[in-house]
Write a protein of this length. Structure first.
Length: 136
């Protein structure tokens, strides 16, 4: 699955984490958009998709609703070649875009600015604005 890791890390502002077990998780703005297994046991990868894609994909052999996150339209591939690499890349990019679109506008702007300083400033400004509004 090294090719998937390389692809995910090529997407702007992607970070990778190992939050539990043997899964490598890819995030944008602190939100997960894809995961892949580091060991061959279990599901090979999972990602978010549209409700329409979820319905279509889960009809295919080797693709199942992702455990714990199917209600949020995540699918899991039971084996690596359940989809072609081209399809996986397209769907992972779609997942990335779906997750990015759900981020707060300030976070999106900060990520688009591509600087950690801009992200920190947006978070600080947001917290300051909330404190000011709560005092009024």
């Amino acid at each position: 699955m090294e090719w998937l890791r390389i692809y995910c890390l090529s997407l702007p502002r992607t970070t990778e984490h190992i939050p539990w077990g043997d899964d490598l998780v890819y995030k944008i703005g602190g939100k997960m958009y894809a995961a892949s297994a580091l060991t061959p046991a279990g599901h090979r990868m999972s990602f978010k998709c549209t409700p329409e894609d979820f319905a279509e994909l889960t009809e295919r052999p080797g693709i199942v609703p992702a455990p714990y996150s199917a209600r949020m339209h995540w699918v899991a591939l039971e084996y690596e070649d359940a989809l072609s690499r081209t399809e996986v890349k397209r769907l992972v990019k779609l997942s990335y875009d779906l997750v990015f679109a759900r981020l707060p506008k300030k976070t999106q702007a900060a990520l688009a600015g591509k600087t950690k300083a801009a992200l920190a400033a947006a978070v600080t400004k947001s917290k300051t604005t909330k404190r000011i509004k709560s005092k009024q």
